[in-house]
Design a protein around this ligand. Structure first.
Ligand SMILES: Cc1cc2nc3c(=O)[nH]c(=O)nc-3n(C[C@H](O)[C@H](O)[C@H](O)COP(=O)(O)OP(=O)(O)OC[C@H]3O[C@@H](n4cnc5c(N)ncnc54)[C@H](O)[C@@H]3O)c2cc1C
Ligand code: FES
Ligand code: FES
Length: 446
């Protein structure tokens, strides 16, 4: 029995359960760290898992195990295997060993209560590592084009797990099983099982439908498949919207961003998801698909009320169309949370506007955490629209937020804090813009 991988929090937060997930991409194995406590077994078809046992033995430890021990980076028996596997993923991914990359790779290994410095020393001393390609031929033999339909009765409960390969198969399955759980990265759904002890009877896994995991570009938009993971979306969107990049990098930690999808963050309808405000401010549209065909709606119209979205039975979120920024467009986005990473937003705000001769137009300000749904600040936008980009107008727009929102008190923030921080974020965008040091959208730089 292999007992190296531990379960600590069982909610994707602590990193004790980190393993390296290998997937065949262009004939090579791409390795990424993931949290197994929220990973469904059925999602692993055609992939490989490396646990801490695959590394070395007490007499012949792997380079990273040896370094962690020698540099005194060993923590408790729960956290160390996860820390080592996060470093293995960093090494295998071929990423350069900058302090920034190391911090990012380890951010999801929450506790280092015996000291972070020695772990960093171990990480900095790592060599380039051998590319773990020795299994790629074996993995290639496991690839197939068949739809998988699994069913079993477990403790008297009938369960089904379907893995379609094409959009057509998926549409047929969602029509046949309109109440099935659509599983993407599982970073929400995993917690329904581990924390809410929910029984999922029929699961349709979206992760093997290639069309959902692709990104493409037209002259004026980036098309992001709903199943594209944060890790893959960062650069595609960040190149046009650098502020979006800075917020996506703070969603969960590497293990969560390696599984979680953009479509899942929208489809779950959460009022505190980070992608909706970022994308609404950018003017994104949502493509929804069912057996009857496709329809396209504005992303903001998808969120009807708390727990209520414009998603019909048998429909899925297929993709997100994100307009490329225009030549005069400015875009700012900020996430406010108690911790820098691995934390849910108290407030997330994104703001887009064109600025020509000091006059604002096409103003879009969107917030998460301020209402029952992600929502635009219509009154604040109205004050800025067609008016001068001045501090006086900015302060009026800040005041107008009280007409736009009646935020709630909860454990993350009080309503007064939320309102004040929401107002200050508009001012922050203004001051940053005025400072001349702002990160500019690609269009504005062109
Ligand atoms: C430790 C941790 C930290 C997190 N940090 C953040 C954070 O900082 N910011 C943040 O916003 N979120 C955060 N999350 C929440 C979560 O990671 C995101 O909401 C994620 O984007 C969900 O995507 P998924 O692919 O994992 O969705 P899943 O869990 O697979 O699904 C989520 C929901 O969306 C539905 N769904 C998924 N894809 C589709 C589709 N294509 N069509 C229709 N319905 C679909 C599912 O049926 C389900 O209802 C965190 C989660 C964890 C565990
Ligand atoms: S057990 Fe904590 S992240 Fe999985
Ligand atoms: S509890 Fe494991 S290192 Fe702190």
């Amino acid at each position: 029995m292999q007992t190296g991988t531990k379960e600590g929090c069982a909610e994707g937060d602590c990193g004790a359960c980190t393993v390296v997930l290998g997937e065949l991409v262009d004939g090579k194995i791409r390795c990424r760290s993931v949290n197994t406590c929220i990973l469904f077994m059925g999602t692993l078809d055609g992939k490989e898992i490396r646990t801490v046992e695959s590394l070395g033995t007490p007499n012949a430890p792997h380079e990273i195990q040896k370094l962690v021990a020698e540099k005194h980076g060993s923590q408790c028996g729960f956290c160390t295997p996860g820390i080592v596997m996060s470093l293995v993923a960093l090494q295998a991914d071929g990423m350069s060993k900058t302090r920034e990359n190391i911090d990012e790779a380890l951010a999801g290994n929450l506790c280092r209560c015996t000291g972070y410095g020695p772990i960093i020393d171990a990480a900095m001393a790592m060599g380039p590592g051998a590319q773990p390609d020795n299994n790629s031929e074996q993995l290639a033999t496991l690839q197939h084009d068949e739809m998988i339909k699994l069913s079993a009765t477990i403790y008297g409960i009938d369960k089904r797990f379907y893995i379609p390969k094409t959009l057509e198969q998926l549409a047929e399955l969602t029509t046949e099983h309109p109440d099935a759980t659509l599983l993407a990265g599982g970073t929400d759904i995993g917690l329904w099982v581990t924390k809410h002890h929910k029984t999922l009877h029929t699961i349709i896994y979206l992760g093997n439908v290639a069309e959902l995991s692709t990104t493409s570009q037209t002259e004026d938009a980036v098309h992001i498949g709903a199943g594209v993971k944060y890790t893959d979306a960062i650069t595609k969107l960040g190149v046009f919207y650098p502020h979006m990049d800075t917020v996506i990098r703070r969603i969960g930690a590497a293990q969560v961003r390696n599984l979680g999808t953009i479509g899942g963050n929208i489809a779950n309808g959460s009022p505190i998801g980070d992608m909706p405000p970022l994308l609404i401010a950018a003017g994104a549209k949502l493509v929804l698909q069912s057996l009857e065909g496709e329809r396209t709606i504005s992303l903001e119209d998808y969120f009807i009320d708390y727990g209520k979205q414009d998603l019909r039975k048998g429909e899925i979120v297929k993709s997100i169309i994100v307009p490329k920024p225009g030549i005069h467009q400015n875009y700012y986005a900020y996430k406010i949370s108690k911790r820098f990473e691995s934390d849910i937003s108290a407030v997330c705000m994104a703001m887009s506007f064109d600025l020509v001769d000091g006059v604002c137009s096409t103003v879009r300000i969107a917030y998460g955490g301020m209402a029952a749904t992600p929502k635009r600040a219509a009154a604040a936008e109205k004050i800025l629209e067609g008016n001068d980009w001045t501090e006086k107008n900015i302060r009026s727009a800040m005041g107008a937020l009280s007409a736009d929102f009646t935020p709630i008190d909860d454990m993350r923030a009080t309503k007064n804090y939320r309102m004040q921080v929401a107002q200050n974020l508009i001012l922050k965008a203004f001051l940053e813009d005025r400072s001349g040091n702002a990160l500019h959208v690609l269009g504005a730089n062109a």
